[in-house]
Design a binder for this molecule. Structure first.
Ligand code: PBG
Length: 326
């Protein structure tokens, strides 16, 4: 077929026609909303590099969880800002059944909010050096010793009521170890969302400010997170994590990695999520604040692109706002 029999513009002539032909659309159920938790009562601590996002103390966090549920968001992801005095070389606080994240999880459960709770399995909110695992004398992150702790951390979180545990650490073998620990403890229904293809990205800065790990970090995370130059390698990561018992997999960051998402979506049937990271949130907010474009239009275009690339869902700090609008 060729012009003039085929006129592509015929399909774009009116809003109703475009609506009828749209291939992808966002829905509140597409979102997981990441939330930062801090100690205290009635505490709302704005995060400087993340305009519009705050840490919430548990009492206010429960309110946010209710709002999310009311807006149709299926799950929230919790990240703690651990008190300075509780951070250590060995991240012991990660295993405390009464740590901030466990108390927050129980509080949301006890309030009867009908929403999935996802907790972060990694040591960076608990280490004095800001790395996701234990380090040796040279500052190298130890794999197997870290995995052992991560499995226990996941168990502590599942005991507190987490529905999904999400290892964001990029140690080898951690999904298998976590799966085994959960099974042995009878947590057969606790799901694992693996940060399977997580890149050593420059887009995590505001998150590190939010959890308070940034200023501490010695060196970088390139010894365990993926090289941003690698696409094919992501398929190996997905393969391993699914093989070890991950229920869903994630690519992170999102906007600069849509090619990776599309490749995975083509080859795997497992639910696939993308994390629109703190740096990506900031890109949109700061561009809009500088007058570089319409904030809402930029945001919706970015989020829709995730669906077009093949995502099942998106972790986004914009989740509540967008779910309400939809
Ligand atoms: C660390 C972790 C990071 C994020 C989620 N979990 C940062 C890092 O790897 O240093 C980043 C999330 C974001 O930027 O929004 N376990």
């Amino acid at each position: 077929m060729s012009y003039p029999a085929t006129r592509m513009r015929r399909r774009r002539q009116a809003p109703w026609m475009r609506e009828m032909l749209r291939e992808h659309r966002l829905h509140p159920s597409d979102f997981i909303w990441p939330l930062f938790v801090c100690e205290g009562q009635g505490e709302e601590q704005p995060i400087g590099s993340l305009r519009g996002v705050a840490r919430w103390s548990i009492d206010l966090l429960v309110e946010r969880a209710k709002e999310a549920a009311d807006a149709g968001i299926p799950a929230i992801a919790l990240f703690p800002n651990t008190a300075d005095k509780l951070r250590s070389e060995t991240a012991d606080e990660a295993l405390n059944p009464d740590n901030l994240i466990c108390r927050a999880t129980r509080a949301i459960r006890e309030a009867g909010v009908e929403i999935g709770i996802m907790t972060d399995v990694a040591l960076d909110p608990y280490t004095s050096h800001g790395h996701d695992g234990l380090i040796d004398g040279e500052g190298r992150v130890l794999n197997d010793a870290t995995v052992e702790i991560l499995a226990r951390q996941a168990l502590v979180q599942a005991d507190a009521g987490a529905d999904i545990v999400a290892p964001s650490d990029m140690m080898d073998g951690r999904v298998g170890a976590i799966r085994e620990a959960l099974e042995d403890a009878g947590h057969h229904d606790t799901a694992i969302m693996a940060y399977a293809a997580k890149y050593a990205s420059a887009l995590y800065g505001p998150f590190r400010e939010a959890v308070g790990s940034g200023g501490r970090l010695k060196g970088d995370k390139r010894g365990y997170q993926m090289d941003p130059a690698n696409g094919r390698e992501a398929l190996d990561e997905i393969d391993l994590d699914l093989g070890e018992g991950a229920d869903f997999v994630m690519v992170k960051p999102g906007m600069l990695y849509l090619d990776v998402i599309a490749r995975i979506a083509d080859q795997y049937d497992a639910p696939l999520f993308a994390y629109m990271t703190s740096g990506e949130y900031a890109m949109i907010e700061e561009a809009a604040a500088a007058g570089a474009g319409n904030r809402e239009a930029m945001l919706m275009e970015a989020l829709t692109a995730f669906k077009r690339a093949g995502c099942t869902g998106i972790l986004s700090y914009h989740a509540l706002e967008v779910a309400r609008k939809l």
